[in-house]
Design a protein around this ligand. Structure first.
Ligand code: DHB
Length: 392
C-alpha cells in the first residue's frame, strides 16, 4: 500500500487530520488498534471551543452538531456557597462553547471519512514505523484479517493518544524531552439519567474538594468530583456519590438533581508536553505529544488545533515543496499548547483541594477566586482561554 500521509490513530487528531487533508486533495490512510465500536463508544470530555465548532461547521461536519449540541454563553465558578458567573460571550465579543461529547465528534468524523471514500483501518496490530529520517517512511502492521501490511508514505502523523507508540520514535534525551507534572488527585466521573442541575456548567470549589456539574442532554448529565487517585469506583455506591455531590454543591442558588447512575469512571490527572513534536518525517499531534488535566476540557480542542497547523504545513509542501511551515510545526503549535497547559493547570489549582493545604492556602484560594470573578480583567482571562485561543 502507498499513501501520502500515514496516520497512526483514529482519535480526534488523526481523523480530523485525514478529513482536512482530504479537503486539500491530499491522500491519507488512518490505522488504529481499537475497533470502530470502541472508538465510537468511549466516553471522554464534552466541551468544544468556539474555534473547534467553527472548524467543524466550515468543513461540513456541522449538521448534527447544530441539532444536538448545546451552545453555552457562560459558566459558573462556585465558592463560598454561591455561583459567580463568567459571561463568556460578553467578555469575548460573542464567543461561546458547545456541549457535544467527544465520541459524537468521532462518530461524525468517521461517517464523513467513509462517505468520502477515506481509508480507515480499525483493529490493526503490531504497528511499527521505519525510515523516519529518509524521505519515504513505512508503517508496518497486521490488519484486521491478520495479514501483514506495509504502508509506504511521504509522512507519518503520530496521533495515537496518551498511550502512544509514536512518541517513543523520537529518541529521548538526544532529541526528545518530556516535561511532566503530576497532581495529587483524580476526578470521579459519572453519567446519570437525570434532569440538568443547572443551565450552565458549574465549577465548584469546596473544602471537601472540587465538583463539576456538566451535562450531555436534557435527560443525561455528566458530573465529576475530585477524589483520591488510588480510589476505586467499587468504593462508591450511588447513594454515597449523590451525598458527596450534594455536600459539595447544594446551596441557595444551586442544587443537584439525582438520578440513575449508569457509568462511573476515574480520570487521572497529568500534565505532559513533549518537545520537539517532530522528528524526520514524523509529526506528533494531540495527546501523543501533550496531555492536559481535564479542568477546562482542553484536550480534544488542542488536538484539533494541532492538526489545523499540520494540515496547512503539509498542504504547503504538496503545493510548492515548501518546507518552512513543516520545519516550524513544533514552534507554531507549542505556543498554543503551553498556553492551554498553563490555563488547565491554573484552573485546576484555583478550584481543587490540595491534600497538604493549610488554612492560609485555603483563604488565599478564595481571595484568588474573588479576584478572578470580581474583576473584569480576571473574568476576561478565564473567558478568553475557556472559549479557546485562536486556532492557528
Ligand atoms: C466536561 C469535562 C471537563 O473537563 C470540563 O472542564 C467541562 C466539561 C464534560 O465532560 O462535560
Amino acid at each position: 500500500m502507498r499513501t501520502q500521509v500515514g496516520i497512526v490513530g483514529a482519535g480526534p487528531a488523526g481523523l480530523m487530520l485525514s478529513h482536512l487533508l482530504h479537503l486539500r486533495g491530499i491522500e491519507s490512510v488512518v490505522i488504529d488498534k481499537r475497533s470502530r465500536e470502541n472508538i465510537e463508544k468511549t466516553i471522554k470530555a464534552g466541551i468544544l471551543e468556539h474555534g473547534t465548532v467553527e472548524l467543524m461547521q466550515q468543513t461540513g461536519l456541522g449538521d448534527r452538531l447544530k441539532r444536538e449540541g448545546a451552545e453555552h454563553h457562560g459558566i459558573h465558578l462556585r465558592f463560598n456557597g454561591r455561583n459567580h458567573r463568567i459571561d463568556l460571550s460578553g467578555l469575548t465579543g460573542g464567543k461561546t462553547v458547545t456541549v457535544y461529547a467527544q465520541h459524537e465528534v468521532l462518530i461524525d468524523l468517521i461517517a464523513r471519512r467513509l462517505k468520502d471514500d477515506g481509508q480507515l483501518l480499525f483493529d490493526v496490530d503490531d504497528v511499527s514505523v521505519e525510515d523516519l529520517t529518509g524521505t519515504s517512511p513505512a508503517i508496518r502492521f497486521t490488519d484486521a484479517d491478520g495479514n501483514n501490511q506495509v504502508l509506504d508514505c511521504d509522512f507519518v502523523a503520530g496521533c495515537d493518544g496518551s498511550r502512544t507508540y509514536t512518541r517513543f520514535l523520537i529518541p529521548e534525551g538526544e532529541v526528545r524531552t518530556d516535561f511532566f507534572h503530576q497532581y495529587p488527585f483524580a476526578w470521579f466521573g459519572i453519567l446519570a439519567e437525570a434532569p440538568p442541575s443547572s443551565d450552565e456548567l458549574i465549577y465548584s470549589r469546596h473544602e471537601r474538594g472540587f465538583a463539576l456539574i456538566s451535562t450531555r442532554s436534557p435527560t443525561i448529565q455528566r458530573l465529576y468530583f475530585q477524589c483520591d487517585p488510588a480510589d476505586s469506583v467499587d468504593n462508591w455506591s450511588d447513594d454515597r456519590i449523590w451525598t458527596e455531590l450534594h455536600a459539595r454543591v447544594d446551596g441557595d442558588d444551586a442544587s443537584i438533581s439525582d438520578g440513575r447512575i449508569f457509568q462511573k469512571d476515574i480520570l487521572h490527572f497529568r500534565s505532559l508536553v513533549v518537545e520537539p513534536m517532530q522528528y524526520g518525517r514524523l509529526y506528533l499531534a494531540g495527546d501523543a505529544a501533550h496531555t492536559v488535566p481535564p479542568t477546562g476540557a482542553k484536550g480534544m480542542n488542542l488536538a484539533i488545533a494541532d492538526v489545523v497547523v499540520l494540515s496547512r504545513a503539509l498542504d504547503a509542501f504538496y503545493t510548492s515543496r515548501a518546507t518552512a511551515a513543516l520545519d516550524a510545526y513544533t514552534d507554531t503549535v507549542l505556543r498554543r499548547v503551553w498556553r492551554a497547559q498553563q490555563f488547565s493547570y491554573w484552573m485546576t489549582s484555583l478550584l481543587h483541594r490540595f491534600p497538604d493545604e493549610n488554612d492560609f492556602g485555603l483563604r488565599r484560594q478564595v481571595a484568588e477566586l474573588q479576584g478572578v470573578t470580581g474583576t473584569t480583567a480576571g473574568a476576561a482571562y478565564v473567558a478568553e482561554n475557556y472559549v479557546g485561543l485562536p486556532l492557528a
